[in-house]
Design a binder for this molecule. Sequence first.
Ligand code: SAH
Length: 208
Amino acid sequence: MLDVKKIRLILELRESGIADSNILSAIEKIPRDKFIPYNFRNQAYDNIALPIGDNQTISQPFVVAKMTQLLEVQPKHKILEIGTGSGYQSAVLSKLVRRVYTIERIKNLLVKAEKVFKELKISNIVTKYADGNHGWKEQIPFDRIIITAATPLISKEIESQIVEGGIIVAPMVEKNKQIIVKYKKIENKLESETFDDVLFVPNLSGIE
Ligand code: SAH
């Protein structure tokens, strides 16, 4: 049953403009149901965000696919994700790049995500319990950075941790609206391009 729903989801993503077959195949490989609490698992392959506890959500599959596509990842890339949440977005990225570094500020969620990575035998995701807005200095520079919680601005600290030519994709809060923004670092400056309206939980400071 979940398999039929999964195939339907892949087709839906393709129809909504996700053309990269590597991304569709990564989404096909990662069992989204494992990242979701038991009581919502029958909806795992619906194209919707779902609660994962601690007032947070696993992003909608379309948003995961869209942000991944905007990142223009290559196999050798080293990626930083801010906002591990369920771990689903990291798991999808782990099929596409060399290594994913992911930071979460809610301990409980990080522990759950780490368990799923282990169960799925994913070994190229490195996790950190911290406020991700400071990035991950010990691992710089990153080829790509993805922020998965709505953010008012990209800090200088984050901007400094990406390579020249690198891409940052983030849901930005703009005039009470949330939009996906793709930034490219060109000659040490971030150039931006905006995409669809989306809904994310907020990026908060400190740890819980
Ligand atoms: N990528 C996740 C999306 C989870 S929702 C997934 O695929 O499930 C966003 C997550 O960002 C939440 O878990 C929230 O706790 C976390 N978050 C918000 N602000 C943060 C910050 N400053 N540093 C690290 N994590 C943060």
